[in-house]
Design a protein around this ligand. Structure first.
Ligand SMILES: [Zn+2]
Ligand SMILES: [Zn+2]
Length: 246
């Protein structure tokens, strides 16, 4: 099994180390057919996100120039939007979705959430849950609500690193993703993904995507961990949107 596209790469527009061109050049070097620039959404605090949504137009222009230089690579403008409420709102509102070719979304820490209520539901219970198990169950319910509602409320192509840091009900999320044609990511940069998670999600008929989550150009197209996990779970390339049989 090989992966022919890396849809999850960061640049200096969020907290990556390379430029848009660096990531395209790295993708060309790795023989990829496509690469997406998916910097963090604007509600990410402390400089972790893009400054504002206007940055997406700059990324589009730089991507077009880079792909003219490396025409073997198709460039996609994407975003790793933040889920900012338990009602499922993103920091890329639906009326701005046309600014990207592909919407990806996930739950992250250090994000300006939609309201104080969302802050207590999504962060309050999450951090309290580290202290006492019943609170962590409550956090899981809110996190699952946020993700499932986001999947139904928005057109999300990829749900990034489901279950990373923020506990979710994998089965409920997988059902929503299957219904909406949203791929669940097998992330190659974090360690939370288990074979059990993949089995539970796959049983619901969802499709996956393997993403490097590269924050440096050197890691663009580094799918080793994801491919190893997919193999261990017995997934075939037909279940992974950016993979094909060798
Ligand atoms: Zn992320
Ligand atoms: Zn990321």
């Amino acid at each position: 099994m090989i992966c022919f596209a890396d849809y999850h790469t960061h640049t200096r527009y969020s907290h990556g180390k390379g430029s848009v061109r660096d990531n395209v050049r790295a993708a060309a070097g790795r023989g990829l057919e496509a690469v997406a620039i998916s910097d963090h959404g604007p509600n990410h605090l402390f400089g972790f996100g893009i400054k504002n949504l206007a940055v997406l137009s700059r990324i589009r222009a730089e991507l077009a120039a880079a792909c003219a230089e490396f025409p073997q690579v198709k460039g996609l403008v994407s975003i790793e939007a933040n889920i900012i409420s338990t009602a499922g709102d993103l920091d890329l509102p639906p009326e701005k979705a046309h600014l990207v070719d592909m919407v990806q979304a996930g739950i992250h820490a250090s994000v300006r959430l939609a309201s104080a209520g969302d802050f207590s539901r999504m962060y309050g219970w999450h951090y309290l849950g580290k202290l006492w198990e019943p609170w962590s169950r409550k956090a899981r319910i809110y996190n699952t609500d946020a993700v499932v509602n986001a999947v139904y409320k928005n057109r999300i192509h990829v749900l990034t690193h489901p279950g990373h840091r923020f506990n979710i009900d994998t089965r409920a999320v997988a059902r929503a993703c299957r219904d909406r044609g949203t791929a669940m990511e097998i992330n190659c940069s974090h360690d939370h993904t288990t074979v059990e998670y993949l089995h539970i999600a796959a049983a619901e008929g969802v499709r996956f995507v393997i993403g490097s989550d590269a924050h440096t150009p050197e890691r663009v197209g580094d799918f080793a961990k994801g491919i190893m996990l997919a193999r261990a779970a017995g997934l075939g390339p037909e279940q992974i949107i950016n993979a094909r049989a060798l």
